[in-house]
Design a protein around this ligand. Sequence first.
Ligand SMILES: [Zn+2]
Length: 257
Amino acid sequence: MLDPDARDRYLRHILLKEIGAQGQQRLLAARVLVVGAGGVGSPVIQYLAAAGVGRLAIADDDTVALSNLQRQTIFRDEDVGAPKAECAARFARALNPGIDATPIVERLDARRAAALFGEFDLVVEGVDAIATRLALNEASIAARTPMVSAALGRFEAQVSLYKPWAGADLPCYRCFVPEAPPREAALGCAEEGVIGPLAGVAGSMAALEAVKELTGAGETLAGRLFVFDGLSASARTVRLPRDPNCSLCRTIDRSVT
Ligand SMILES: [Zn+2]
């Protein structure tokens, strides 16, 4: 049962027949790990904390830079130089004191991620390198923890959800992007630039997918990719096929969800 304050705080969720009090209870009981407290991570943390995700952990080894503030809206000017994970956790607790928000000031490699992912119901990643995303994809499969993935590039955003073990046709991230491009390190948003409000689009979409996956509402983006083009204000959702020869998910057991 939700106490009167919780009923009041989450009333707009409870009113939705797709969520309801039961869905809100699920959110309150959920454990979600956000990897990357950057442009995508900021709105993810903001909306998942507001939504009442009961246990939120935030992994990021970086510190807040002045050039982050143009799009990473959970940080303030006075946070510059401080660890992002700690600032983000503080923000989440201030927004919603009823939840648990834990900073993890670490860069996760595949092994550490695999050990950690097992403790969570869902991972939302907004990291800035494909190589890192591939490592997180591996960890997600090893731990069987679904992963919402969101990426930004200049004026374009892409969002999807990966849980290849849950269906015969569902891809993993490697099916979509088999390897990191060799020059990737030089092509991040640090070099190319990114339009600030786009982080809000991608992060909000990722948070929405997380809420849907946790509550069972609607149809998630598993097996599909949402692509938003900010310059033309157009969006499309394309099917993301499984690669039957994918070196990673080819042999996983797809009969157990
Ligand atoms: Zn695959």
